[in-house]
Design a protein around this ligand. Structure first.
Ligand SMILES: C[S@@+](CC[C@H](N)C(=O)[O-])C[C@H]1O[C@@H](n2cnc3c(N)ncnc32)[C@H](O)[C@@H]1O
Length: 232
């Protein structure tokens, strides 16, 4: 009896492992991914128990629709949005995410709620568990260090969620905008967030007011807000 139970448990674990490496196609996989990369209810309006990706749906559907070859993602505490982007590439059978985060934690002055995850072994291994390793490369460095090394790249989709000071987010905008392909999209998290942190004043809202013109989609979502601007 015990043997059958153990066998069934083993089989179940194997099937879950197999499922995790598949398409984003059922609630079990979605919930596993959300838990593993700590999808948060506040910042992304995500609800893991209901397999509701929140803002993640927007990124996922954009990537599934425009089928980009190259995506750049700057900053993520535990990897939720980079994982969604990589999963969308995997489901497209095409595309790659360059994910840049220095793995800042509270000991760094400009961590902007970073938790030091990308410097740890589990951070570095996290994408493999979901079979995403072919679709994403992690660069443990600042956006400035990355831009210095990889100046010639061109992207169809760029997501900015790193240094949230006005100077920081403006730097990312100015440096990466020229690397955005014509008709590509640049997406900013936290466009509605205002106020002070120990790191300084939130600045995405101010930059967004400056750059959002006629080619911008100002998504009036609950929560931190997402600003999308197309290069035309
Ligand atoms: C606000 S957190 C991102 C939180 C995000 N809303 C989420 O869902 O995970 C900011 C992240 O940006 C990273 N970061 C801070 N300064 C950066 C920089 N100059 N370049 C790239 N990433 C940076 C931090 O290490 C941190 O992980």
């Amino acid at each position: 009896m015990l043997g059958i139970k153990t066998g069934l448990k083993k089989l179940f674990r194997l099937s879950v492992k197999k499922l995790l490496r598949g398409k984003l196609s059922n609630d079990l996989i979605v919930r596993e991914l959300m838990e593993s990369f700590r999808a948060d209810e506040m910042g992304h309006q995500a609800k893991t128990s209901g397999a509701d990706l929140g803002y993640g749906w927007i990124h996922y559907s954009f990537v599934r629709t425009i089928k980009p070859q190259n995506i750049l993602c700057i900053g993520s505490r535990h990897g939720y949005i980079p994982a969604v982007l990589a999963q969308a590439c995997k489901d497209n059978k095409k595309g790659h995410v360059d994910f840049v985060d220095p793995g800042y934690g509270p000991e760094n002055k400009n961590h902007w709620t970073g938790v030091g995850y990308w410097k740890t072994k589990s951070g570095k291994r996290s994408f493999k568990k979901f079979g995403l390793e072919e679709f994403i490369t992690l660069y443990v460095m600042t956006s400035a260090e990355f831009a210095e090394k990889r100046r010639k790249l061109a992207y169809e989709y760029i997501y900015i969620d790193g240094d949230h000071s006005y100077q920081g987010v403006k730097y990312d905008y100015e440096v990466f905008w020229p690397m955005l392909k014509n008709r590509g999209f640049m997406v900013f998290h936290d466009i509605f967030v205002k106020g002070m942190m120990s790191e300084g004043k939130y600045g995405t809202n101010e930059l967004w007011t400056e750059i959002s013109g006629k080619n911008a989609i100002d998504l009036h979502l609950k929560g931190s807000g997402l600003g999308i601007v197309q290069k035309v």
